[in-house]
Design a protein around this ligand. Structure first.
Ligand code: ATP
Ligand code: MG
Length: 391
């Protein structure tokens, strides 16, 4: 039995004249994601992309699993190829879908006939195949409104194929079709979720992580890389920079009023991230902040952080509560890694009484106590380590 994978575009269909470009990016992303599993042939046809395994021993389960995480795909399914002959369509359906048909209580047949030379019209295929299935699987009933399984038959130019239910795709837009942005990634729960959410909108990610050794450990850094690997299963490759932040944090601790520690640290993080992101052709920054979550994320504190940079700052978790963010982190499998208890530079030198309504003039005055801040910022950027996280 020869199987192929059928992929349905998502929002792409809405893109009018750009549709082809979007589809090409999607196919490129799909190819990259399954390249190491073997040789495949990709064919576009209307809103479907057919992925045809050429090599013999390809692990299709793995291919489907990987493709189910590629943004821009609304739904996908495995299908069995058969001859354009109704007898063959019948027997293929019964054999290929046997297990699913045994498990189902109700079914429906849908047929598409793009080869108009095929002697049976779609309603006839549905009727005849439905009758055949009822005669072979006595426990089944037809339900055209809400069936357990939809059997789809497509008769195309070269061959026909049969498939069962679709699997839901990752949705969103193909990565890269919306440009690039820099994600400020911590080892927490929120920022990997923020990264995933923006990648879902077609944004290619570049990641920036601040490390403050010896206050933060190598294990904390490895945790961040582990999280990025999980995000990269969806977003594709992530160019990552680990930025040395100890010196700047020590300056803040030694020279700035304690109540402003966190807010100044966050502003300087943004300044560094903005410069690095610009060097990477990024047009925006992304953080995992959410209003009110901690003192540095009140509306007033966020306003002080925002005005440290000119780039737009995307905060997709901004209106979500922790439960909602956790639900997404479980879905993308980052939660268990995120809750491992390693320190982050945000949690060293935390003030006892942070200002929740910081005034920007006072923050800037406090920040100016650091001598030659520009130079320290450039030093941090020059000392950054680059790591490529593959999908
Ligand atoms: P959680 O809140 O679950 O600990 P978080 O990732 O949101 O996770 P916060 O301390 O709330 O962590 O930090 C707010 C935001 O600041 C993060 O979402 C992230 O974008 C950024 N951030 C925090 N620490 C770092 C860091 N070490 N490197 C880069 N960005 C960071
Ligand atoms: Mg947070």
């Amino acid at each position: 039995m020869k199987e192929i994978i059928l992929v349905k575009n998502g929002e792409l269909a809405l893109k009018g004249l750009n549709r082809n470009t979007f589809e090409d990016v999607l196919i490129k992303n799909m190819k990259k994601r399954i390249k190491d599993l073997g040789k495949f042939e990709f064919t576009k046809s209307q809103s479907t992309i057919m992925v045809d395994p050429i090599d013999e021993d390809i692990d299709l389960d793995d291919a489907v699993d990987r493709l189910s995480k590629v943004f821009g795909i609304a739904a996908l399914s495995r299908a069995c190829v058969c001859q354009k002959d109704f007898e063959d369509i019948q027997s293929t359906t019964a054999n290929y879908l046997e297990e699913q048909l045994e498990d189902a209580k109700t079914f429906k047949v849908e047929a598409k006939r793009s080869d108009k030379k095929f002697p049976m019209k779609s309603p006839e295929i549905c009727r005849e195949l439905g009758g055949f299935i009822l005669s072979r699987f006595h426990h089944l009933k037809v339900d055209v409104h809400n069936p357990d399984i939809i059997i789809t038959v497509e008769v195309r130019d070269k061959y026909a194929f049969v498939r069962g239910n679709n699997i839901k795709g990752a949705g969103g837009m193909p990565t890269g079709t919306s440009g690039r942005a820099g994600i400020l990634i911590s080892g927490g729960i929120d920022s990997p979720v923020a990264a995933y959410m923006m990648a879902k909108r077609g944004i290619e990610l570049c990641a920036i992580h601040f490390a403050s050794p010896p206050y933060t450990s190598e294990l904390a850094e490895m945790k961040v890389l582990e999280l990025l690997k999980k995000v990269a299963k969806y977003s594709g490759v992530i160019t990552t920079y680990i930025v040395p932040f100890t010196k700047i944090q020590e300056f803040i601790r030694d020279l700035c009023p304690e109540e402003y520690f966190t807010i100044i640290m966050r502003r300087i993080m943004m300044m560094i991230a903005e410069k690095m992101a610009a060097n990477q052709n990024c047009s925006a920054l992304i953080t995992g902040e959410s209003v009110g979550q901690v003192a540095s994320q009140t509306m007033y504190a966020l306003a002080c952080t925002d005005c440290a940079v000119n780039m737009p700052v995307f905060r997709p978790c901004i209106g979500m509560d922790k439960e909602e963010i956790i639900a997404i982190s479980r879905k993308i499998d980052t939660f268990e890694t995120s809750i491992q208890p390693y320190e982050d530079c945000c949690t060293v030198f935390t003030p006892k009484h942070p200002k929740t309504r910081p005034h920007i003039d006072e923050v800037i005055k406090a920040e100016q106590k650091i001598p030659e801040l520009e130079k320290w910022i450039d030093d941090a950027i020059n000392g950054a380590r680059k790591i490529i996280i593959k999908s």
